[in-house]
Design a protein around this ligand. Sequence first.
Ligand code: FES
Length: 329
Amino acid sequence: MTDQHGGLEDQNQARRAQIATKYNVYILPENKKVEANQGDTILDASLNAEIPHTHACGGNAKCTTCRITVLENADHLQSPSVKESRVLKKFGLEGQFRLACQARIHGDVKIKREVLDVLDMKLFTPKSRELFKSIQPLGEERKAAILFADIQDYTPFTDHFAPYDIMHLLNRYFYLAGNVIKKYEGRIIDYYGDGFLAAFYLDETKVSMQAVKSAFALFAMVDSLNDYLQNLFHQNISIRVGIHTGDVILGAIGIQGMDKLAVIGDTVNVASRIEQMNKETKTNLLLSETTYHEVAAKVTAGRTFQKRLKGKNGLYQLYEVKAVKDTEG
Ligand code: FES
């Protein structure tokens, strides 16, 4: 009993000693001495000392913006984990840098921050934080459904219009499209001439279906817009849509006062290529395999295609969808 009690006491003492152990971290270029606890990361130490140490992925070993050079006592940092080594290797930084968010301290150490970020930190203004309050200010990885839409045969179509008429038509089209996307909890992220990119990212269990429903609502919107265009210009438009679901980085981008939400990643590139493929397959709506499998039970499928996408390796299975069965939500 006494032994047991003594054992516990020893453990507690060791824990207390560990908690109490403090080390000095010298941080350049600030030339600041910062106190850190045993086991803290360099990033913890920096941020605790209010040094604006860049950490774009939030300390998850998914970027290299927190990178540091260790100037003294590299062996006072825990060796790089598999996760850290993988990232450093991928970007050719192995042996040269450490990731501050992964490097745990167990002795005094001197380091230099490599991404100097006073400006970077200013870029993420309170306004952008407010505007994108569901997104981390420095970007965040999310599952999203990405929808690209463009107007079919737009260039020959514009020959029938004066430039101001085109501006008027596009404004009207984008306004109505924006309302449709918003209705299904998406957001138009970018406009490209006659096309746009929308992202659905709020509820990952629903994003694919929300994007597909939006596509059909966009087609219906264009039908009513065509009544208007017929009256005024004796012309019709039709649109093509491509959708792909996957991981993206969402974040605020742009200079102060002009911040906007940006969406980045291969998912976006694939969605764009799928939308362009409609031209070859003579379809108006194509889904990637991932998106299709998430909505298959609730849609009426059309043709399937196996295609190579520009700039991508291998064959992609693409699905035409004719209608949505489930109109709930
Ligand atoms: S913050 Fe992205 S890897 Fe450290």
